[in-house]
Design a binder for this molecule. Structure first.
Ligand code: PMP
Length: 326
């Protein structure tokens, strides 16, 4: 679907996947006015197909558009476009289970020009790709590097938006994490480099306490981290299961000390791609530690199964999250 200044949205089309031709002076290539989303279509237990919370993705896409001075796509157009593609590619939606069809809606400036200003023309596109189980050989905890040198987003910046620039900024830190032998980078706040923000492309959760008294705590949305839809869903699921939930700042000291004295029993990351990934160990300039016994935590795995059960239609959907395709 195209957007042109003065005309609005027009020319919706369903086309076979093919490369674009890009003008060398395309404004996106130079000034990065581009946003995207990620969501999944799952085969349901009854054989039908449903996407998980597409409205939440459509709303976040509108917020990203506002931050990047781009036109807002109506919620129903976003959902319709996803539905149309899933219907077209329904044979690619795998059978029941954790496998899915991943959808990547995105929008970028198509105007040609060398001046820095919001473009007058945009293209919104959705592509799809089958996604296998994230952990084909069983859930494996990741090791993380706490990056004090690089930050992903600063106050007033674009951290809340899902835009390419945030990911470009993350690559050097991801390489640094790999250089320290870690799988992922954990971002800290830009001001004090003390508070945990998020991990690579996932939000973080800390399990405090154990058994029925366990509570899940996740960094509050400060404007510099992405408001993950999985993060939001888990706040509800944990509360539905009777666990306490809290959104607040968590410092690297609290993590290190809480890990040592047993206050923090489990840590996991969450996002559309892997649903939930346990964090097994931490490396940082101020010391290294193993999270719990380094194995996937009990509540971590319980939450993972509960969320996947809703997504695959094997459990009731009390919040109306699943969007069924006709
Ligand atoms: N943080 C970042 C930086 C991400 O890219 C993602 C993936 N979209 C997330 C968090 C998790 O968000 P969601 O649960 O909506 O996939």
């Amino acid at each position: 679907i195209r957007w042109t200044e003065g005309r609005g949205w027009h020319d919706a089309q369903l086309e076979p996947y093919a490369p674009f031709q890009i003008d060398p002076a395309n404004m996106t290539l130079h000034y990065a006015q581009t946003i995207f989303e990620g969501l999944k279509a799952y085969r349901q237990a009854d054989g039908s197909v449903a996407t998980f919370r597409p409205e939440a993705n459509a709303l976040r896409f509108q917020r990203s558009a506002r931050r990047l001075a781009m036109p807002e796509l109506p919620i129903e157009t976003f959902i319709e476009a996803c539905d149309l593609l899933v219907q077209q590619d329904v044979a690619w939606v795998p059978g029941a289970g954790e496998e899915s069809l991943y959808l990547r809606p995105f929008m970028f400036a198509t105007e040609v020009g060398l001046g820095v200003r919001p473009a007058d023309e945009y293209l919104f596109v959705v592509i799809a790709s089958p996604a296998g189980p994230y952990f084909p050989r069983g859930v494996k905890p990741v090791s993380v590097w706490l990056s004090e040198e690089y930050v992903r987003a600063a106050p007033g910046g674009m951290g809340e938006a899902k835009t390419g620039g945030n990911y470009a900024a993350s690559l050097v830190a991801q390489a640094e994490a790999a250089g320290h032998g870690c799988d992922q980078v954990v971002w800290l706040d830009a001001t004090e480099r003390r508070y945990i923000e998020e991990m690579g492309g996932m939000n973080l959760y800390f399990v405090m306490g154990s058994g029925a008294d366990a509570k899940v705590v996740t960094p509050e949305l400060t404007g510099t981290l992405l408001p993950g839809i999985t993060r939001d869903s888990l706040l509800s699921i944990a509360a539905d299961m009777g666990y306490g939930t809290e959104e607040r700042r968590i410092s690297t000291d609290e993590w290190r000390e809480g890990n040592a004295d047993g206050t923090i029993t489990e840590v996991f990351a969450c996002g559309t791609a892997a649903v939930i990934t346990p964090v097994g160990s931490v490396k940082s300039a101020r010391g290294n530690w193993t999270v719990g016994d380094g194995e996937p935590g009990e509540l971590t795995m319980k939450l993972r199964e509960s969320l996947l059960a809703v997504q695959t239609g094997q459990a009731p959907d009390p919040h109306g999250w699943m969007h069924r395709l006709a």
